[in-house]
Design a protein around this ligand. Structure first.
Ligand code: CO
Length: 136
C-alpha cells in the first residue's frame, strides 16, 4: 500500500524566517507561499531532488498546528506524508486493521490538489502520518 515519501512537514511560527534560513544556509529552492484556509495553514514547498519539505505556518483562529507550536516554540517536524494510489482503499484497509483516521474519515483536498487523510500518531510510532493519493 505505502508508496513514495511525498513530503515531510515542518511547523514554523515565521514562514519568511524559515525560508530565509533554508535559502541562505542550504541553498534550497522554495515555492511561493500558498494559503490553505480549510486546513488552517499557509504552506511553502522546499523542492529537493527526491522529495519535498513543507513549511507550515498557522493561518486563522483554529489552526491545527497552533497547539503544536505552543509546545515546540522553535518549530519542529509535524508530519510525514506517504503516497498511495487509492486513498479510499487505503483508508478502508487501515480502519479494518484498527488504525484511527482523523476527522470524519473523508479525504480533503491537500496542498497539491490531491485527496489526503491523516492517521493518528499513536497508531503510527508517534508520528502524525498523512496519506496522499497520487495516481501512478
Ligand atoms: Co502534508
Amino acid at each position: 500500500m505505502i508508496g513514495r515519501l511525498n513530503h515531510v512537514a515542518i511547523a514554523v511560527k515565521d514562514l519568511e524566517k524559515a525560508c530565509a534560513t533554508y535559502k541562505a544556509a542550504l541553498g534550497a529552492k522554495i515555492s511561493a507561499p500558498q494559503a490553505l484556509p480549510e486546513h488552517g495553514v499557509t504552506v511553502v514547498f522546499v523542492e529537493l531532488p527526491n522529495t519535498k519539505i513543507e513549511f507550515l505556518e498557522p493561518l486563522g483562529e483554529n489552526s491545527p498546528i497552533a497547539k503544536f507550536l505552543e509546545k515546540n516554540a522553535d518549530g519542529g517536524m509535524h508530519h510525514i506524508c506517504y503516497e498511495v494510489t487509492d486513498i479510499i482503499a487505503a483508508r478502508d484497509a487501515l480502519v479494518k486493521a484498527g488504525a484511527r483516521v482523523l476527522g470524519d474519515g473523508t479525504p480533503k483536498i491537500g496542498a497539491h490538489g490531491n485527496p489526503v487523510l491523516f492517521l493518528h500518531p499513536k497508531d503510527f510510532v508517534g508520528t502524525l502520518t498523512e496519506l496522499e493519493e497520487v495516481k501512478a
